[in-house]
Write a protein that binds this ligand. Structure first.
Ligand code: NAD
Ligand code: ZN
Length: 350
C-alpha cells in the first residue's frame, strides 16, 4: 500500500496545492462554525456538503449521494479530478469510499477536522459504509494521496473534544511503546495543544503498525483494535462518542490483561501510576459496566456481531503485556462477559 504524504500546516491549504480539478466534500457544520472555512470553501466550484454521523455511512442512502455527486462532476475528467474530503471520521469513511469508486477511482486528499480522524481514521486507507445497524460492513482500502493536518481546523473543535482524541492517542502510544509512550506517560494534563504536540509521532506510530499488515491479511494490524472490543459495545449501547468509549475499553483491556496474568502486577502498577493514566479513571465507566442479565444479553449480541469473530462464539481480543507489546488471543465471548461482571463487582468492593 502506498504511503500517504503528510502535511502539517497552520491554516487551510492553498487550492493550487491540492490539484487541478477539485471536488470538495465537507461536513456541513464547518462553515457554520468558522468564518475562515466559509471563505476558503467558496473558492471550490464543485462542493458537496454532508451531515456527519453514522447515517451518512448508511448503504441505503448511498445511491442518492452518489447520483448527486456524479451529476455534480459531470464535466470533470477522471484523470484530473481530486476529491478533497474535510470532516471527521464519518465524512472521511464516506468520502474515501466515494473517491475509490467514482470514475473507477480519483485522487483523494483528506483534511481531518476532528482529533479522532487526525490521529486515527484518516490514516491507513480504510473506507467504510454501514449496512443497517452493522457498522463498516462494506468498504475499500484506498489511502489518500495527501493528508493535511491543519492546526486551525483541529483547534476549531470545542476543547472537550480533545478528550475523545485522547483515547486513540493513548491506544497508539501503548501499542507502540518506546519514547512515544515514555513521553506521553509523563503528561499531567492533556489539552488540545497536547494532542497537536503528539500528532506527528502518533500518526507515524500508526503507519508503522499498518505497514506490517496493510490489508489486514496477516492479522498483525489487529493490534490497532486494542480497547475497541468492549469499547464498541459501550459506544453502541450507550450512544457514546467513539473516543470516550475507547477510553473505557482501554481500561477494560488493561484490567483484563492483569486478570489473565498477561501483564504482571508490577508492570500494571507502574503503568497505572503514570500521570497520564489519571485520565482513564472515570466513575462513569463503572456505571456503564453492567451485571444485569438483560444488559449482558445485549452486550453478548453485540460481541457476536463483531467482525473480529474467529468462531461461533469466540473472538480475537488484544491484551497488553507491556507498552510496546500486545498479545492477541482467541477468547470466548462468554469469558468477556464474565470479565465485565468481575470488573463491575471488583469496583463495588474497592
Ligand atoms: N477508517 C478508519 O480507519 C476509522 C477508524 C476509526 C474510526 N472510524 C470512523 O470514524 C467515525 C467517528 O469519527 P468522528 O468522531 O471524527 O466522526 P464524525 O465525522 O461523526 O464527527 C463527530 C462530530 O463532530 C462534528 N465535527 C467535525 N469537525 C468539527 C469541528 N472542527 N468543530 C466542531 N465539530 C466538528 C461533526 O459534525 C460530528 O457531529 C466513525 O464512523 C468510525 O467508524 C474510521
Ligand atoms: Zn478507534
Amino acid at each position: 500500500m502506498k504511503k500517504s504524504s503528510l502535511l502539517f500546516i497552520k491554516d487551510l491549504p492553498r487550492l493550487s496545492d491540492l490539484g487541478d480539478e477539485l471536488l470538495l466534500i465537507h461536513d456541513d457544520i464547518l462553515p457554520k462554525k468558522s468564518a475562515s472555512f466559509r471563505k476558503w470553501m467558496k473558492q471550490f466550484s464543485l462542493r458537496y456538503p454532508v451531515k456527519a454521523g453514522e447515517s451518512l455511512k448508511s448503504v441505503d442512502q448511498f445511491p442518492n449521494h452518489i447520483s448527486k455527486i456524479v451529476k455534480l462532476c459531470e464535466g470533470a475528467s477522471a484523470r484530473r479530478l481530486t476529491l478533497v474530503v474535510v470532516g471527521g471520521g464519518s465524512v472521511g469513511d464516506f468520502g474515501g469510499f466515494v473517491a475509490s469508486i467514482l470514475k473507477r477511482g480519483v485522487r483523494l486528499v483528506h483534511l481531518p477536522s476532528t482529533w479522532l480522524s487526525a490521529i486515527d481514521s484518516a490514516h491507513g486507507g480504510k473506507t467504510a459504509l454501514n449496512v443497517g445497524s452493522a457498522k463498516n460492513q462494506i468498504g475499500t482500502f484506498y489511502p489518500a494521496e495527501k493528508i493535511i493536518l491543519s492546526r486551525t481546523l483541529l483547534l476549531s473543535q470545542p476543547e472537550a473534544r480533545a478528550f475523545e482524541g485522547f483515547g486513540e492517542l493513548l491506544k497508539i502510544a501503548l501499542i507502540s511503546g518506546g519514547t512515544l509512550w515514555k513521553d506521553l506517560s509523563r503528561e499531567y494534563e492533556v489539552h488540545a495543544d497536547t494532542l497537536w504536540k503528539y500528532l506527528a509521532r502518533s500518526i507515524d506510530a500508526k503507519y508503522k503498525e499498518v505497514a506490517k499488515d496493510p490489508e489486514e491479511k496477516s492479522g498483525h494490524r489487529h493490534v490497532l483494535n486494542l480497547g475497541h472490543t468492549v469499547g464498541h459495545v459501550l459506544e453502541s449501547s450507550f450512544e457514546l462518542p467513539h473516543g470516550i468509549a475507547i477510553n473505557y475499553g482501554l481500561d477494560f483491556a488493561l484490567r483484563f490483561s492483569l486478570h489473565k496474568k498477561i501483564i504482571t502486577p508490577k508492570e500494571y502498577e507502574k503503568l497505572m501510576l503514570s500521570p497520564v493514566m489519571g485520565y482513564l479513571l472515570s466513575p462513569i465507566r463503572d456505571e456503564l459496566l453492567q451485571s444485569k442479565e438483560s444488559v449482558l444479553k445485549e452486550f453478548r449480541r453485540q460481541l457476536l456481531s463483531d467482525k473480529k469473530k474467529t468462531g461461533a462464539s469466540t473472538l480475537r481480543f488484544v491484551f497488553l503485556k507491556k507498552p510496546g507489546q500486545c498479545v492477541i488471543r482467541e477468547v470466548p465471548v462468554d469469558e468477556i462477559l464474565m470479565e465485565i461482571v468481575r470488573q463491575k463487582e471488583d469496583e463495588l468492593y474497592d
